[in-house]
Ligand binder design. Structure first.
Ligand code: ZN
Length: 406
C-alpha cells in the first residue's frame, strides 16, 4: 500500500484517546435546552479541534419559537454552533457535521457513562452523537497528517439543536450545502451496523384549542369545553394513520384542564408527522387546516395551529447511492462490511439533501438503544469508523475517488 494511507493506520494508536474523549464529552450534559451545558461542550470542542487549524467560529443562533403551556408563543434560547473552515479555495470541498446536543435533560436520571465491559460503553449520547464527533475529529486529524491534505478543503459544523429539529442551525446547514461538494454526517450507524440510505421526512405541529370556562355545577351550559373539542380533533388526525403508505401521525402530548368543577377553556396538543413524499405533506397540512377550521365553527371554540414540516424526506437517489458505494469500497479495503437500509428517523442529512448536498449521514460509531437510558457504544467501532472516513477523505483528496456533483 502506498504511504498515502499510513495515516489511516495511525488511528489505531488513538483508540484510548478516542474512548476517553467520548467519556469526557458524554459526561457533560448538553441537552438541547441546556444552554449552559452546550456552552461547556462548545468550549471543550473548540479546544480539541483547534490544533486542526482552519478558521474557527462560535456562531449565535436565533432563539426558537415554542408554544408554552398557556398556549402562547414564546422564545427559547439555543446554544452556539461551532464552525471550522479549512482550505475553502480547494477544488474539492467536503462538509462534515454532527450535533453536540442530546435528548437527556438535566433532570433525567441518565447523566454519566459506565464501561459495561471491554467492548461496551453505556452513557447519555455515547452513540448519538458524542462518539460521532470523536470519529469526525480523528478522521480529520489523520487526513491532516497525510501528504494529500492540501488537495482537499473541508468544513465542520457542530450544531446544538439537532435533537429538536435544528430550528436555529438550518440556515447554517443550507449555507454549508452551497459551499461544499459532498457531505458526511456522523450520526450513529443503525444497531446492526448498517448505514442509512433513505429517510422519511418529519413535521411537528402544536394545536391550541380555546373554549370558554364556566362553573361545572351552576353554569355548565355556558361553558365550551376545549378538551372535548380537542378530543374530536385528535380522533380525526389519528384517523390518517394506516391510510397512506409510510405516513404516521404521533399524537405525542396533550395538555389542558384543571379543577374538576371548571369547564376547561384550554387544550394543547403536540404531534409529530413522518412522511415519505411531498404529497403526504399536502395531505396532512390540509387535514390540519380542515379540522382546525371545523372546530372554529363550534360555539365558543377557537382553534389555531403552529409549526410545520421541518425536514423533507431523504430519497436514495443515484448520487447518494454512488456516494454510499464509495463508502462501501473503502469499507472493503478495511475489512468492514458496509450495507445500508431505510429508516423513519430524520437527521440533518435530510436538510442537507434538500439544500442540494449529496451526503451519507451515518458515518458515526456503532451503538444502540439511543434516546434511552440503555444507550451504548461499541468501543471498537470508534477506530473502525474513523478509518473509514479518513480513507475516503484521502482517496477523494488524491483523486483515487473522483467526485463530481452530478
Ligand atoms: Zn443524532
Amino acid at each position: 500500500m502506498s504511504n498515502t494511507f499510513r495515516p489511516v493506520d495511525w488511528i489505531d494508536s488513538q483508540a484510548q484517546r478516542m474512548l476517553e474523549l467520548v467519556e469526557r464529552w458524554a459526561n457533560i450534559n448538553s441537552a438541547s435546552d441546556n444552554v449552559y451545558g452546550l456552552g461547556q461542550m462548545a468550549t471543550a470542542l473548540a479546544d480539541t479541534f483547534r490544533p486542526l487549524g482552519g478558521q474557527m467560529k462560535l456562531i449565535e443562533l436565533a432563539p426558537r419559537q415554542i408554544i408554552d403551556s398557556s398556549g402562547q408563543v414564546a422564545q427559547k434560547p439555543l446554544g452556539r454552533a461551532l464552525s471550522i473552515i479549512k482550505r475553502p479555495d480547494a477544488p474539492l470541498r467536503v462538509f462534515l457535521g454532527i450535533h453536540m446536543d442530546t435528548v437527556y435533560r438535566l433532570d433525567h436520571p441518565f447523566q454519566t457513562t459506565e464501561r459495561l465491559d471491554a467492548s461496551t460503553l453505556r452513557g447519555p449520547g455515547v452513540a448519538d452523537a458524542k462518539s460521532g464527533i470523536v470519529v469526525m475529529l480523528i478522521a480529520l486529524e489523520a487526513l491532516e497528517r497525510s501528504n494529500v491534505a492540501d488537495l482537499i478543503g473541508w468544513e465542520v459544523l457542530i450544531n446544538p439543536d439537532e435533537e429538536i429539529g435544528s430550528p436555529g442551525s438550518t440556515p447554517l446547514l443550507i449555507q454549508c450545502a452551497k459551499r461544499n461538494h459532498l457531505g458526511f454526517v456522523f450520526e450513529p450507524t443503525l444497531a446492526d451496523g448498517s448505514l442509512v440510505g433513505q429517510r422519511k421526512g418529519s413535521g411537528s405541529f402544536t394545536i391550541v384549542v380555546r373554549g370558554r370556562s364556566a362553573h361545572a355545577g351552576r353554569e355548565f351550559h355556558l361553558g365550551s369545553n376545549a378538551i372535548t373539542a380537542m378530543a374530536q380533533l385528535i380522533t380525526e388526525l389519528d384517523g390518517l394513520n394506516g391510510r397512506f403508505e409510510g405516513l404516521t401521525i404521533n399524537i405525542a402530548c396533550v395538555e389542558g384542564g384543571g379543577p374538576l368543577n371548571i369547564v376547561p377553556d384550554l387544550a394543547i396538543c403536540r404531534l409529530n408527522v413522518r412522511h415519505v413524499d411531498v404529497q403526504q405533506e399536502v395531505t396532512v397540512q390540509s387535514k390540519i387546516d380542515e379540522v382546525v377550521r371545523q372546530l372554529g365553527e363550534y360555539n365558543g371554540i377557537r382553534a389555531e395551529w403552529h409549526g410545520g414540516f421541518t425536514a423533507p424526506p431523504k430519497p436514495l437517489d443515484e448520487t447518494t447511492r454512488r456516494l454510499l458505494e464509495h463508502v462501501a469500497d473503502c469499507g472493503r479495503e478495511l475489512g468492514v462490511d458496509v450495507t445500508w437500509r431505510s429508516t423513519g428517523g430524520v437527521c440533518d442529512g435530510n436538510r442537507l439533501t434538500e439544500a442540494g448536498l449529496p451526503n451519507v449521514d451515518t458515518m458515526g460509531a456503532r451503538g444502540g438503544d439511543i434516546h434511552s437510558p440503555n444507550e451504548y457504544l461499541l468501543i471498537d467501532s470508534l477506530t473502525e469508523r474513523a478509518k473509514l472516513t479518513a480513507l475516503l477523505l484521502m482517496k477523494l483528496a488524491s483523486g483515487q475517488v473522483t467526485w463530481s456533483r452530478d
